[in-house]
Design a protein around this ligand. Structure first.
Ligand SMILES: [Zn+2]
Length: 457
């Protein structure tokens, strides 16, 4: 036996067990697994010894916050939180007020260690658990955590962490909203290198999520409620291997709210300010028609000089629908009319399209059903005439389809909240949503400072 194992053995019997396993291991994998257990055992021992040493250092008791008498030690009490290495155990002094004042009990070492009262798992373990829960169902997270660390937790524990951590994240955002209401702007986020000149794209969409009719009762008919999701991202242009131009969204930031457009508005505003919308050279709002999002654009973004673009495909689809109402959908005439208008719309002749529609509406020669659809289309395109200058938008390098932003919005909710059999309570949904938002917006780790593992290579 070499020198290191021998020294280790002398301090702990369990270490001998792992060393035996290592020596008997046939394959490399078996050796590694034996060492994994060994290292965790050593880590637990190291932590326990250090903590025990600190716990036995002399200490001065402070005064009771209520009566002013000095606290007195009632002796050493057990502490055993779960950590990334497993459960560690030590004893430390706990002080009480000699008068017996309520809430006077203090463990000074716990306070120095950053352990909260009744905290049963250390924060690096909570961080890992929460990070898993952002992406996978609770039961899967339990299994993954077991595989990654060997630590067995219950789904209920992960659920409790989600409520605590997600709740804190939610409170932080609400605090920022309150400050904004009082006129304090949020700190502007730095733009990633290489994206300084890229236009900022903003879009929004609604996604339906299944809820339980009553928070704690699994029974009853599922209630579908809409979550409003918004995205703010930089448009990054690139080239494919074959030399074709592509564009994608970079530095994506999402906002989401379970509620109506008016509840969504302050969240979008907060993020817009954080992304420096008023200072940005080019900001584009991309959306399909309706659902109140254009009202939001007019109230919030248009005054800041943001360019609005109505999804081209949505506009074209409306023309196609009208064509079918007016002319029999199967005829050449119908297809030619639709194709001509779509072409005109796409290539800078949107005013001609609007004039033609107006002429047709005024002629009063359309069949009754077609008259209404034609009128609706004419109103729709007239309202949006500033948002359908597709030729110009293309020349400026902007996308004219809103698919890119809408799929990013859908992903945020779809990927985690709409699994088979999933149904949410409002409180539970909001906690997990905020945790997920913090993750995708790269703000998750700021809730768990100094906990990134050093990378090895
Ligand atoms: Zn007291």
């Amino acid at each position: 036996m070499s020198c290191l194992p021998e020294t280790l053995c002398q301090s702990d019997e369990q270490i001998q067990v792992f060393l035996n396993k290592l020596q008997e291991a046939q394959t490399l994998v078996m050796m590694i697994m034996a060492v994994w257990g060994l290292i965790r055992r050593i880590a637990v021992r190291l932590l326990e010894e250090e903590l025990s040493y600190r716990a036995h250092q002399p200490q001065c008791w402070p005064r009771c916050a209520k009566c002013g008498q000095f606290l007195r030690s009632k002796g050493f009490k057990k502490r055993q939180p779960r950590t990334l290495f497993g459960t560690i155990r030590w004893k430390r002094r706990v002080g009480y007020c000699p008068q017996g004042c309520r809430g006077s009990c203090r463990a000074l070492l716990d306070e120095r260690l950053g352990l909260r009262a009744y905290q049963r798992s250390s924060d690096e373990l909570r961080r890992l658990g929460c990070a898993l829960v952002v992406f996978v169902p609770f039961e899967t997270a339990v299994r993954l955590l077991r595989q990654l660390t060997g630590i067995m937790l219950s789904a209920d524990t992960l659920w409790r962490w989600t409520q605590e951590v997600g709740g804190q994240m939610m409170a932080r955002v609400n605090q920022e909203l309150k400050q904004l209401e009082q006129g304090a702007f949020p700190e502007q986020e730095a733009i990633e290198a290489g994206l300084e000149q890229s236009p900022l794209i903003i879009g929004a969409d609604g996604v339906m999520v299944p809820f339980r009719p009553q928070p704690n009762i699994p029974k009853g008919k599922t209630q579908w409620r809409e979550v409003k999701v918004g995205i703010l991202a930089r448009l990054k242009h690139g080239l494919t291997k074959t030399g074709h131009k592509t564009s994608c969204l970079a530095q994506r930031r999402l906002v989401a709210v379970l509620g109506c457009i008016d509840q969504f508005k302050p969240y979008l505003k907060l993020e817009a300010l954080r992304q420096g919308v008023p200072q940005c050279r080019q900001v584009v709002w991309l959306s399909d028609g309706g659902r109140g999002f254009w009202r939001l654009f007019r109230q919030l973004l248009q005054p800041l000089g943001v360019i609005g673009i109505l999804d081209f495909y949505h506009g074209a689809q409306n023309i196609s629908k009208t064509a079918k109402h007016w002319l029999d959908g199967r005829t050449h005439q119908c297809r030619r009319w639709f194709e001509r208008l779509r072409h005109q719309l796409r290539h800078g002749e949107e005013q001609k399209v609007i004039s033609e529609l107006s002429r047709l509406v005024d002629s009063k020669q359309l069949p009754e059903a077609a008259q209404k659809t034609m009128e609706n289309l004419q109103i729709y395109l007239t309202i949006h005439q500033e948002h359908i200058q597709y030729e110009q938008f293309k020349q400026m390098g902007f996308p004219i389809g809103s698919g890119l932003v809408e799929s990013a919005c859908k992903w945020l909710v779809q990927q985690r909240f709409k699994g088979v059999g999933m149904r949410w309570s409002e409180a539970g949904f909001n906690c997990l949503l905020h945790m997920r938002l913090a993750w995708v917006n790269h703000r998750f780790d700021s809730h768990f400072p100094l906990m990134e593992l050093p990378s090895t290579n």
